[in-house]
Design a protein around this ligand. Structure first.
Ligand code: NAP
Length: 376
């Protein structure tokens, strides 16, 4: 049954032929449904499928707009999150608030982005104004490389928890498989040539210390980031708790086909970072190909009456990935969410797969390329 529905945020509901108010997506919306049926809600702004089971059922409309997927530890993660790397203090608070107001629940953070305190202010503000509860949010952060010594792992997390103003994280990732010698906190020690000093600490030891954070209920799930296939396998062979995700660079110029298949075979979902190939990174070259302007993608976007950004994000969703685009623009944050009302034909996906390039990776960490645990 497909019906236009008028959604109210005061606890009642009514069917109507008029378009749903834009405001509805910003509030808790209660939908009563009395029959066992599949109800499709359509409007300019909202489109969501609700399964009803014969009893009144309450759904949170804004959160339902971005679907979640089950991770192997039984928890669920929204498949689209907001990235916060390079989002400047002074901008990131407004961006995170705009995202939560727009229905995002998953926020991707890291202490090394040097903005977690401001992200924390935004989260606190949106909880305080009643837009969301902590339980409805999905907050991710990462263990920085200066905290790889097992005795330091909890201390690294505690800094993040304090800055984000939360009691626990939904997901904590090991940011990179290589440890850095700590000077203090998140600052690395450097040698006489001002080069960061790496350590030989085995990431398996670090992982075991991260498992303790789950036991202590300081984090609900743990995962890895920037791990290669062999490193994933080593963790799996030595762990008590398996990583739920591997967060890695992934976009059509660097599609990670082999790693994606490898992770999927082990029940690990790939999280695609830099889905737009990170055009605002400081080392981007003016001559490099621009993913967001690629003519092949422009043609696909035209076909579906979508933006190239929408196509790049939908491409990840169709591959079963989670993705975390960064934006500080409220309009783009909203635009990036409009990817759940269309599906691409397999031929378009195959076309996009052909854009893969041997030099497509943009995040390289090449200064530690000689380290035994360098993953790329
Ligand atoms: N684990 C890791 O090692 C790692 C590494 C890199 C990234 N990440 C995570 O992944 C997130 C995303 O990656 P990223 O920040 O590298 O880059 P990205 O998401 O690929 O691209 C961000 C850039 O795209 C622009 N943009 C956003 N939406 C757009 C739209 N609809 N149309 C046109 N341009 C748009 C942004 O500009 P505006 O902000 O001006 O909108 C920004 O310049 C990061 O923020 C971080 O959370 C993790």
């Amino acid at each position: 049954m497909t019906l236009p529905i008028f959604l109210l945020h005061n606890g009642s509901s009514a069917l109507s032929s008029s378009a749903a108010p834009e405001k509805a997506s910003r509030h808790l919306v209660y939908i009563k449904a009395n029959s066992t049926s599949c109800l499709t809600v359509r409007s300019e702004k909202l489109r969501v499928k609700l399964l009803t089971h014969g009893q009144n059922r309450i759904e949170e409309m804004a959160a339902a707009e971005i679907p979640s997927v089950k991770l192997m530890d039984g928890t669920s993660i929204p498949v689209l999150g907001l990235g916060t790397w390079k989002s400047k203090p002074g901008e990131v608070k407004a961006a995170v608030e705009a995202a939560i107001s727009a229905g995002y629940r998953h926020i991707d953070c890291s202490p090394v982005y040097e903005n977690e305190a401001e992200v924390g202010d935004a989260i606190a503000a949106k909880i305080k104004d009643g837009t969301v509860t902590r339980e409805k949010l999905y907050i991710v952060s990462k263990l920085w490389q200066t905290y790889h010594e097992p005795d330091d792992v909890e201390a690294g997390l505690k800094v993040t928890l304090k800055d984000l103003q939360v009691e626990y994280l939904d997901l904590y990732l090991m940011h990179f498989p290589i440890g850095f010698k700590q000077q203090s906190g998140h600052t690395s020690a450097r040698d006489a040539n001002n080069q960061i000093i790496t350590t030989d600490r085995d990431y398996v030891d670090t992982w075991k210390a991260m498992e303790k954070l789950v036991e202590k209920k300081l984090v609900r799930s743990i995962g890895v980031s920037n791990f290669n296939e062999k490193q994933i396998d080593r963790i799996l062979e030595n762990c008590t708790i398996k990583p739920v995700t591997n967060q890695v660079e992934c976009h059509p110029y660097f599609n990670q086909k082999s790693l994606s298949d490898h992770c999927a075979n082990k029940g690990i979902i790939l999280t695609a970072y830099s889905p737009f190939a990170s055009p605002d990174r400081s080392w981007a070259s003016p001559d490099e190909p621009k993913l967001l302007e690629d003519p092949a993608l422009v043609a696909v976007a035209k076909k579906y009456n979508k933006t190239v950004a929408n196509i790049l994000l939908r491409y990840q969703i169709e591959r079963g990935h989670i993705t975390i685009p960064k934006s500080v623009s409220p309009d783009r944050i909203t635009q990036n969410k409009h990817i759940f009302d269309f599906k691409m034909e397999p031929s378009d996906i195959s076309h996009i797969e052909k854009l893969n390039r041997p030099d497509g990776r943009v995040v390289l960490m090449s200064f530690c390329k000689d380290h035994k645990y360098y993953p790329f």
